[in-house]
Ligand binder design. Structure first.
Ligand code: JHZ
Length: 416
């Protein structure tokens, strides 16, 4: 089967908005066709054709949701997953703090049930499990197994209303359902909210974190766009989504993870905090409900690409050695969109065992464990995980002492 036939097998094209079903959608950014961001290759895969999918971003004039309409089959993206939360210490620290806050605020008894949708390797639930009953719903079999080895029970299925009812029958009502960096992955949001409603009933809470679209178009980077991320949420769009399913957002906080993310608190009947209106007003001021804001962002993306590729080509002409740091999903959008391949980056280092020894999708740059840096010190490091810039630069101070420079690629190119 050739790449095109494979693509049509795994791709569905939507014509309506994922939240409000409107057809009034405006495409504002086209990053070109590329392979899924976490589809790292083994050396023996190199002679096979890679399957690529369009990556175009749309704005809904009715509810304001920024979204992809080209939906890649979840089984292709998530059933064997290379991303592990525990590979990024700042992320684990963030989830441990979140776990403490949620336990203090919503857990009263050891018998309470705390469910996480897409809980990955159990990093968050590990910090909860001594306080109450926990359950991880993690569809990637390889990742769910790691969760179990950490002592966190896991079901390796996609979340659905049917599964929620099964859990309800066997474990009872959940006090809290958490879903971090997962809501944006889900095409059928009705199925998600129907399942959550079945699990938490009238008294429980649903808390989730999603990357904030204000960060995407502001201080973050366009590289957060990839096929896994079907929605790029504002609180305004989320409020419409939640209300359609009979819930209310009762609290919100902007948290510094993956650039900036929204931590959203949802329930049927909790008292609504002032934070919600305050944040909605802030988004209005930023113009997140207007298509012209996103058209302006698309112009910035093209400029960003020109600046970065010009710099890298100039450094290569000077004979500099450049490597990448962090084989992140977003890094693969950046590399593919900017055409940065192994002619430019010698290699990438990454702490994730599943990624080491593989090659980046589309650009075929080899990935090694961080130990490689001791053998071959580069002149420049392209920070593909810019969201952890502070922690990484601190950790690698010895490299900077040796004269190595870090390049932050987005939203504007910076050399540190
Ligand atoms: P990181 C992931 O995106 C995937 P990614 C996912 N789809 C999602 O929704 C977003 O998160 C929110 C490595 N690393 O967290 C580990 C080092 O090597 O930016 C990771 O491979 N050394 C679920 O993949 C990568 O970098 C280090 O010191 O864009 C970071 O990936 C650190 C801190 C990380 O997310």
């Amino acid at each position: 089967m050739n790449g095109f036939n494979k693509m049509s097998l795994y791709l569905t094209k939507k014509e309506n908005c994922r939240i409000c079903a409107s057809k009034d959608l405006k495409e504002f950014l086209d990053l070109g066709a590329m392979p899924p961001a976490n589809s790292f290759l083994k050396k023996e895969d190199l002679n096979k054709e890679e399957v690529i999918f369009p990556l175009m971003v749309y704005f809904c004039h009715d509810c304001g949701l920024v979204q992809l309409l080209d939906v890649v089959a979840p089984a292709l993206l998530f059933k064997d997953y290379s991303y592990l939360t525990s590979a990024s210490k700042p992320l684990v620290d963030h989830f441990v703090e979140m776990a403490k806050d949620l336990v203090a605020r919503f857990i009263s008894y050891k018998k309470d049930l705390f469910v996480e949708i897409g809980g990955n390797d159990g990093s968050l639930l590990k910090a909860v499990k001594n306080h109450c009953r926990v359950l991880n719903i993690e569809p990637a079999k390889n990742v769910a197994q790691i969760s179990r080895e950490q002592g966190v029970e896991a079901i390796d299925e996609f979340f659905s209303k049917k599964l929620a009812n099964k859990i309800l029958k066997s474990c009872g009502q959940a006090k809290i359902v958490v879903a971090n960096n997962v809501v944006a992955h889900i095409d059928d949001l009705k199925e998600l909210f129907d399942g959550v409603k079945a699990l938490i009933g009238k008294d429980g809470v649903f808390v989730f974190e999603v990357h904030w679209v204000g960060n995407l178009i502001g201080d973050g980077g366009f590289d957060q766009v990839y096929h896994e991320h079907l929605s790029y949420f504002s609180l305004m769009a989320l409020q419409k989504l939640v209300e359609r399913h009979g819930f209310k957002i009762f609290d919100v906080a902007l948290v510094s993870i993956h650039g900036q993310s929204l931590r959203v608190y949802v329930s049927a009947n909790q008292k609504i905090e002032k934070s919600v209106d305050n944040f909605l007003n802030k988004e209005k001021e930023l113009g997140l409900n207007q298509s012209k804001t996103y058209l302006g962002f698309a112009k910035k993306v093209e400029k960003n690409k020109r600046e970065l590729t010009n710099l890298l080509l100039k450094l290569k002409k000077q004979g500099k050695r450049i490597i990448g740091y962090g084989a992140s999903a977003k890094g693969n959008t950046l590399l593919n969109y900017c055409g940065i391949d192994k002619q430019i980056l010698d290699y990438i280092i990454d702490t994730t065992p599943f990624k080491q020894g593989k090659l980046t999708p589309g650009t075929h740059i080899p990935i090694y464990s961080p130990g490689k840096l001791f053998q071959e010190i580069p002149d420049y490091i392209l920070l593909l995980s810019w969201n952890y810039a502070d922690a990484i630069i601190k950790k690698e101070q010895n490299l900077r002492d040796k004269g190595v420079k870090f390049i932050i690629p987005v939203p504007e190119v910076k050399i540190i």
